[in-house]
Design a protein around this ligand. Structure first.
Ligand code: ADP
Length: 323
């Protein structure tokens, strides 16, 4: 309130709040809203920064994996090429006259060429899958034949390298609607991994196995032979009718906590630097993608008594209706 001025002595103009409590309340609401907004803003900045750091980290990880992949693949190409060149030069020179040696050199050349083919097929398939261009030739496919034939192509090589190899397939057809070549490629990838990661008994961890599963088989692996690979096929009825292919080895198994990660692209649980086992980190990625494209799945579980067990499950087709 203030006096109007000399012209109107004793006159005052005044402004009074009708409800002063309302103003206090409005101020409180305004300050609360402002506080809330600032909190939300800070929270958004925090979450945003966390998301950016996370995505940067995963980009970095992928970039590192890609670099490793390039060096792994180059190395994987170089190693078989070097031995193919070396042994074919030896044979071409005519210096090796012993027929046993000649046969063994030829076997090495064949095995190394098969390794090259596997690697190149995997890389090509992977790039097709990444571009969404992978095509399957679905038809009625007899799994019994696919498993038996694929396993038999490995048998001579396994036996020559001191592996105990067992292939247990039931008599009679087990039909699935699928691409026989792609399914065979899954088994090829699993069998070549089984060989690669089966290490000699003296290099194996002495006590417990390192894997994903519950304990309960500790100690048993010490008595099991390390060079033991088996592949089996069976038809199961529960929960739904499906075929189950198991590829098992007595190697060190997949390290604890990596049972799912091993199916990610470029992921390698055993890196080449630390143990010298070469690989591209694509074999299982491709194998699982093929399994899923067939309506099935590929999973890992530790093998009873030590080692790895990869299970490929595929829905079986109705034998009367197959096309
Ligand atoms: P790689 O070319 O490295 O073998 P894969 O995709 O085939 O790529 O396998 C991914 C990783 O899974 C491997 O680097 C290895 O650490 C692990 N792995 C695959 N198969 C086996 C196995 N039979 N025993 C133990 N570890 C395995």
């Amino acid at each position: 309130a203030t006096e109007v001025g000399d012209a109107l002595p004793h006159w005052e103009v005044a402004a009074y709040l009708v409800n002063p409590a309302q103003l206090t309340q409005a101020a409180r609401i305004a300050s609360l809203t402002l506080g809330l907004l600032i909190t939300v803003l800070l929270l958004a900045i925090g979450v945003g920064s966390w998301l950016i750091v996370r995505s940067l980290n995963s980009e970095l990880k992928l970039a590192r994996q890609k670099t490793d992949f390039v060096s792994n693949v180059s190395h994987e190409l170089k190693t078989p090429l070097t031995s193919i060149r070396m042994f074919s030069e030896l044979l071409a020179d005519g210096r090796v006259t012993d027929s046993g040696k000649q046969r063994s050199y030829l076997n090495i050349i064949t095995a190394e060429a098969a390794r090259l083919t596997r690697l190149i097929n995997n890389v090509l398939d992977f790039s097709r899958m990444e571009r969404g261009e992978k095509k399957y030739n679905f038809q009625s496919c007899d799994l019994e034949e696919v498993v038996r034939m694929t396993a038999e192509t490995f048998r001579p090589h396994f036996q020559a390298n001191g592996f105990k190899f067992e292939c247990a397939v039931p008599e009679g057809k087990i039909l699935v609607e699928g691409d026989c070549d792609a399914l065979s490629q899954v088994i090829v990838n699993l069998l070549s991994n089984a060989e690669k990661y089966s290490i000699a008994p003296e290099r194996r961890p002495p006590a417990r196995r390192v894997d994903d599963g519950d304990s309960g088989h500790a100690g048993a692996e010490t008595s099991a032979p390390a060079k033991d690979i088996s592949v089996s096929l069976a038809q199961k009825s529960s929960p739904l009718s499906h075929a189950e292919i198991r590829v098992m080895d007595r190697g060190p198994g997949v390290p604890r906590g990596s049972g799912e990660k091993i199916f990610e692209k470029f992921y390698r649980a055993h890196d080449s630097l630390s143990n010298g086992i070469q690989g591209s980190g694509l074999g299982l990625t491709i194998a699982r993608q093929i399994a899923r494209a067939h309506g099935g799945d590929l999973v890992y579980e530790p093998r009873e008594g030590g080692g790895s067990c990869f299970i490929l499950r595929l829905p079986v087709s109705n034998t009367d209706e197959h096309r």
